[in-house]
Design a protein around this ligand. Sequence first.
Ligand code: NDP
Length: 325
Amino acid sequence: MTKTDILMTGPMLPSVIESLDRAFTLHRLWEQPDRAAYLAKIGPRIRGLATSTMTGRADAALIGQLPNLEIISSFGVGYDNVDVSEAAKRNIVVTNTPDVLNEEVADLTIGLLLATLRQVPQADRYLRAGRWLKAPFPLSPTLRGRKVGIVGLGRIGKAIAKRLEGFDVALAYHGRTHQKDVPYAFHPSLVGLAEDSDVLIIITPGGSSTKHLINADVLKALGSHGVLINVARGSVVDQQALIAALRDGTILSAGLDVFDDEPRVPQELIDMEHVVLLPHVASGSVHTRKAMGQLVVDNLISWFSGKGPLTAVPETPWPRSPKDS
Ligand code: NDP
């Protein structure tokens, strides 16, 4: 029996490649010197696409070159790398990897928050530079007594909130909907939440609907004692406004795992001693990345066994409504 042809846009974990190689005929787009010629040749055979928020985009141009594409299996819970409206238009199912990374991302968020407030990387640099031999490390800001606002109280936002409950801090959140079943204060206005918070944690999806949600007005409302933690997507924060706010003391500091044009990070941020910068690692443990990779594989296997996708995104729901099928 001939195997189904799957295209992978960029390299994924060896375990993912091995599993897909076993189950399908896997085509590696990133290894092709002439991508256009390659796609023209194999495009019509491709029925599944494996892509990732980190190493590939499934934009309308690529989707257009795959006329028989049925499913896009994307690595990552965020799928701003996939043109979902184009996929929906063509009846292509898009899957992501939700839930399996909630705990890891929440753990890292707490780590980044504490590292930012208690200046952990700065203290490490201080010791290594031999400066402790001359004077103790200066006293840091604290989490004590702070009010924490979460922007995006979804799966990961709730896991962050659960951890923060153990830190005895006041919690509130902002989103488009008031969730009646959560015990935290809801702010219908983002500026209102920022005004009432000393820490703002951003954990919404990326994409056009959240672009520059965190702008100069929100940062001003957060205030000179305020700390911004962004573990969502770089696009959610107006990076230039953030740099200005950090430079002129509009806010106190920031902990950032995500940036506008990754892996490029503005030199202004790199030069700032009062920020903590991470290379998009919130889900980046061996354990969790393996689980995410397995879900990419399982979605494709399930689909091509006729059992439907395991984790379709809301824009391409499954099962489809009868009128669409
Ligand atoms: P969910 O869909 O479960 O939650 C998203 C939340 O964001 C919801 O509570 C939603 O609430 C809120 N939201 C969506 N749009 C807006 C908006 N325009 N304004 C305000 N709030 C909004 O997603 P997850 O918790 O699983 O993941 C969240 C995001 O975290 C991912 O999409 C990804 O971008 C990011 N992420 C980053 C990682 C990293 O490595 N740094 C790793 C994993 C995820 P409502 O609908 O009420 O508005």
